[in-house]
Design a protein around this ligand. Structure first.
Ligand code: GLU
Length: 424
């Protein structure tokens, strides 16, 4: 399973990359003369595959396969997270890097799209092994990253500690401290206030806007959330704070239902200790029934391709807000559209993280740090303004929010591409 060959591109099974290509095909008819450049979006600019060998605590040598992909750099340096997961593949990282290109363009922060990952289950590594693996991976992708070139950040199973090791490794190799090479760092190393909660906060802010547009009142909403990690957990906390009821949750360990609404602070405490929802009070339901639980808002905040054409038939929510990257397949998008379910896509709904990453990068360059209130106010404004533009475009072209968001993002990327011109 861990053999490299299994992770290279398989033409018949493109997975998340196939989803992304289909999304680009759907937006192309709306790009006017810029569609001449659309092929640019269907190829990553460059992709690096690296071997990451480390010595395990027992003296054995283990090899992991890692990737860093630059999808498009027309609008600025690459930006995007690093994922440690046993199912990471090159094609998945390509898709995630492409969604970063669109996302950074939609919120109009001056970055291109990038992403990285290592095919490893980090839970099987000791703390020391995880550090060695992170440092060796960072050295192997050294040629790709830098504060002006490509700035990694946390993603699935990576966090501030891992960013600190990456920053340190890069700085040691450069011979000087370079805080701006990664974002999502601990505050003591040039991190930004509000970065940890930013993705979940953005999801909540956008859900609130979108729900209000369909005459919903967030304080009366019933919410189902898949994934209670950094994104789903913070979103759950904010929904709860706003008076909404979190009635269903799912993660790798269980699916739980409570029609009266979970005690969210207690649930998050449980997850912080147990690292899973299993064992928390609530009706245990099957994984399939999670999708049909009565609710108003559904937030997939785990991995790609979770909402399929099969479970999309059963979704009761009026609104789906994508906390994860790529959680909905194109076929499921069609089913949801036909059933009148509104989908706010990942490339705007979860853009809060990269927006505050941009603030962090700016603060590192100026060595001048903002208050959390300033960060949150700027974040909310950027997210709400971006969503309003998407809503306008969706009305003008009579298209889904996904297509509208792609119109906004692709137009920005491709006009930059066109203005820069081809070299030579
Ligand atoms: N991993 C996050 C995302 O998918 C954040 C990336 C970043 O901050 O660069 O948007």
């Amino acid at each position: 399973m861990n053999h490299p060959i299994s992770s290279y591109l398989q033409p018949n099974n493109l997975g998340a990359w196939g989803t992304y290509l289909e999304q680009v095909d759907r937006v192309t008819p709306y790009l006017g003369s810029l569609s001449k450049w659309v092929e640019t979006l269907k190829r990553p600019k460059r992709a690096l595959i690296v071997d990451v060998p480390i010595e395990l605590d027992n003296g054995a040598i283990a090899h992991f396969e890692g990737y860093r992909v630059h999808h498009n750099l027309a609008r600025g340096p690459g930006k995007g997270g690093i994922r440690f997961h046993q199912d990471v593949t090159l094609s998945e990282v390509m898709a995630l890097s492409a969604w970063m290109s669109i996302k950074t363009a939609v919120v109009n922060v001056p970055f291109g799209g990038a992403k990285g990952g290592v095919r490893v289950n980090p839970k099987t590594l000791s703390h020391a092994e995880l550090e060695r693996m992170t440092r060796r991976f960072t050295s192997e992708i050294n040629m790709m990253i830098g504060p002006q070139k490509d700035i990694p950040a946390p993603d699935v199973n990576t966090n501030g500690q891992i960013m600190a090791w990456m920053m340190d490794t890069y700085s040691v190799n450069q011979g000087h401290t370079s805080t701006g090479v990664v974002t999502g760092k601990p505050i003591s190393l040039g991190g930004s206030l509000g970065r940890g909660d930013a993705t979940g906060r953005g999801v909540f802010v956008i859900a609130n806007e979108a729900y209000t547009l369909i005459n919903g009142d967030i304080s009366q909403a019933r919410v189902a959330i898949q994934g209670l990690g950094n994104v789903g957990g913070e979103a759950a906390r904010l929904f709860d704070q706003a008076g909404a009821k979190v009635v269903a949750v799912q993660d790798h360990s269980a699916s739980l239902y409570n029609p009266n609404g979970f005690n969210v602070p207690q649930l998050l405490k449980h997850v912080a200790i147990a690292r899973e929802i299993k064992g928390f009070e609530g009706e245990a339901i099957s994984n399939e029934s999670f999708w049909s639980t009565p609710c108003d808002i559904l937030v997939p905040a785990a991995l790609e391709s979770q909402v399929t054409k099969v479970n999309a038939q059963k979704i009761q929510a009026r609104l789906v807000v994508e906390g994860a990257n790529g959680p909905t397949t194109p076929e499921a998008d069609d089913v949801l559209r036909d059933r009148g379910v509104i989908v706010v896509p990942d490339v705007i709904a979860n853009a809060g993280g990269v927006t505050v990453s941009y603030f962090e990068w700016v603060q590192d360059f100026s060595s001048f740090f903002w208050t959390e209130a300033e960060i949150n106010a700027r974040l909310d404004k950027i997210m709400i303004d971006a969503f309003k533009s998407v809503v306008e475009v969706a009305k003008t072209h009579n298209v889904s929010y996904r297509t509208a968001t792609f119109i906004v993002g692709c137009e920005r990327i491709l006009s930059a591409r066109e203005m820069r011109g081809l070299y030579p």
